[in-house]
Design a protein around this ligand. Sequence first.
Ligand SMILES: Nc1ncnc2c1ncn2[C@@H]1O[C@H](COP(=O)(O)OP(=O)(O)O)[C@@H](O)[C@H]1O
Ligand SMILES: [Mg+2]
Length: 413
Amino acid sequence: MNNVRDIIESELNKVSLFKSKEKLYPEYLPSYLPHREKELKSLASIFKSLLLNPGALSHRVFIVGGIGTGKTVTARIFGKEFTQLAKKRGLNVGYVHINCHRDRTLFEVISELVRQLGLPVPQRGLSSRELLNYTLEMLEDNDLYAIVTLDEFDYFINIAGNDAVYFLARIYDEFPEKVKRLNFIFVSKSLTALSTLDPTTESYLMKNLIMFSPYKSYELFDILKSRAEEAVFEEAVSDDVLKYIADTVGIDKGGPGNARAALEILLISCEIAEKEGCMRVLLDHVRQACSIVEPNSVILHDILPYLSLHELLVLRSIVLTLKRSDEPYVNTSVVEDMYRKLCEDYNIEPRKHTKFYEYIVNLKKLGIIMTSTSLKGRRGRSTYISISIAPLNVIDAKIDELLGIKLRYEGSS
Ligand SMILES: Nc1ncnc2c1ncn2[C@@H]1O[C@H](COP(=O)(O)OP(=O)(O)O)[C@@H](O)[C@H]1O
Ligand SMILES: [Mg+2]
């Protein structure tokens, strides 16, 4: 039998397929962005006049495209490169990336803007308007410009509403004589949310529209190839394997055209191969990976990490109640009882009923749960909840992981 040291040592000596695994993670900013040249060019041509004639106009762009079409990564890379090029020309431009799944109200968005620009946070409690005026003044004092990306902006529109969007988008209407230092990139999955805005705000936002199409198979192949070159050893993944993944996901082959799904399949295929002690990824590893990667798993990775502690607790209560009942829908009042019990287990003060209900509404707006008010054969007007984005166990495992992090680092705030 192996002794402990042998076990550990053999694990340490095991050669890996990965040169640098984190380069396949969704949050990594890659060095190349194949097939987004046109979109990068459009962004550059819109923001060009910020360099040529700084302060004359507040620029805005609306990026629209489905999940995994590279909206976030393109905005981030554009911001990073543009600010560096501006600096070379003596112009101080900051790039700010705000995810509206986390920062959902006007006040949260502006506070995050202040934080990411590295401005001193005012001690006195300010209103959104005061905080924004403060930000504009600080930009002026520091001769600083900013490009602000509001990612998942459709969610901000739904939650914060027309007036908040109007306020943000038309900041300079009130100060026509001011140097225009704030510029915006709005990122959204679709244009539907815009139709809830009043028509002037809608057309104002849509002035510069850049559409991101789902990726075709040959495009995904190039993306996978460039990311694989950064992340894994050359011999480990053949072009055949990459082509197989690209064909599974490519929009022209009936897939979703989602680069995130393609990269996740590649990552999991490599992990499976490695676990089997195989130094090359085989097609069968890819098949296994495809059966694991849920098309909806993006929701788990994209949205769940931004939920607050109590939203996670409410979601877990829904999952547990659904598991127990073995029915497709469960009554909200049963979920609320479960939520109180869970809070007790975690030794956390539960929130009041109205707040609990607000969480349910938010989870619904985020597309995590479905609700229905009247069910056939049942009397009364209760709300029923269901989940279909992923298997309950998968969701629960993710919640568990996130709760662990939240409870450790954030206390019960
Ligand atoms: N053209 C591309 N080249 C390299 N990686 C890409 C490209 N497009 C998307 N990706 C990667 O795919 C994943 C999903 O992209 P992301 O920008 O998050 O999509 P979206 O914001 O449109 O949902 C990220 O890991 C991103 O780095
Ligand atoms: Mg995104």
